[in-house]
Write a protein that binds this ligand. Sequence first.
Ligand code: NAD
Length: 497
Amino acid sequence: MTELIHHWIAGKPADTPPERTGTVFNPATGEVTGTVAYADGSDVDTAVAVAAEALREWRRTSLAKRSSVLFAFRELLNERKDELAEIITAEHGKVLSDAAGEVQRGLENVEYACGIPNLLQGGFSENASTSVDVHSTRQPVGVVGVISPFNFPAMVPLWFVPNAIACGNAVILKPSEKDPSAALFLAELWKEAGLPDGVFNVVQGDKVAVDALLEHRDVKAISFVGSTPIARYVYETGTVHGKRVQALGGAKNHMVVLPDADLDLAADAAVSAGFGSAGERCMAISAVVAVDPVGDELVAKIAERVRELNVGDGRRACDMGPLVTASHRVRVSSYVDAGLEAGAELVVDGREVEADGAAEGFWLGPTLFDRVETGMSIYTDEIFGPVLSVLRVPDYDAALDVINGNPYGNGTAIFTESGGAARRFSEEVEVGMVGVNVPIPVPVAQFSFGGWKDSLFGDSHAYGPDGIRFFTRTKVVTTRWPDPSHGGVNLGFPQSS
Ligand code: NAD
């Protein structure tokens, strides 16, 4: 018998046996470590009803009390971040230091939400018209759904949940069924921090749970993160059902290396951003665009570093862990075959890696392709694994055309010592997040995170100021206190005077 990973509703784990379940693995050993409940429509109905009831009090709870819960949650998360990192590594496979980094980036968003009394300050105009005052407030939207991907089981929920709760909403989180335990750990911390039961709930599961959230009339907003086809589907279905939706999708992130770049710095960055978390990051660099004549030297430097990487069990101080599931390993590996067939030059082949871990782990070593062309599937598709492609182009304009011609627009980076070139690139590139000599430009919590084009559906980025706007509705109140000079009956449209 493995552990049952259940829903969390009304401040405690659900106690009814689930009708459908899924299997959770430790990707470094291949062992089954848990059975996860899959919610059906009635589980979602229960969670929404509980959230709607809890919302009635929570939305009226003072900002001072809300921020004290957030501060308490921040302290608990900080104290117990190593435990959470271990939970992430056990189900996702990423190395422990990377899991700890994920939690740290999540903490930033909790700290941002602690400032909610400032963030929700409205505006006031005295005497907007004679004896008329106008003020605006931001009110919670209601019950909101957060649907998250497998690759950041703690950080992505923490992009949304603290801001949503701070704004006075009640939340239902639907984590990835591949690594569902981090969400329950967060649920326990919220409870310990003093959040009233029912304000934060977790429903586990698959498409059935997602569809139930998307169609439920009492769910008012959806924050989704995942692959592009599902993000598009979630956006379209959620908006048809009258919800506010932000749906962040997949990516193909390019790193341009100009001839004046420090090639050691660029090679270090390409390897870190290409193979960190086994390439299972939406901000991973998957295409290096080498501007002539740096190609040969750059590829040699990247290859030298890739061969040094140590692949193995994330608990053993390795550089890179396994892929998340056996089927994902097969899929990523098939791209290595496809790249070879298409005529790309395989510089480092990860298929025969000797990993420092159990033979049954889902291993694929870091793989480097050179002379990749834009028509090859290793370039067009989001592989989401440790496969880095190098494209060679004659000049800056050709590099820009490659990036702007790609349907994704999540992150990108330029490596150069020229301020002018970097400035021009930042302005001209059609991508939502840009790094200048920074390969993974994930914005800090006081900015917002989001891609362009097929990397985001909706008009709101995640967390930061966009997050506060997304989780609130504006209300404007116009006030006049009766005085004897009100002027009597007037059927004209109100004008300022
Ligand atoms: P996924 O799209 O398979 O799953 C994401 C969520 O959607 C999960 O909770 C899953 O249960 C649910 N889901 C899956 N199939 C569904 C369906 N048919 N109908 C309804 N719901 C469904 O993504 P994943 O494999 O978990 O995560 C990796 C993807 O997420 C990559 O494409 C990556 O680029 C993307 N991602 C994007 C960002 C970003 O900020 N843009 C961040 C992290 C990950």
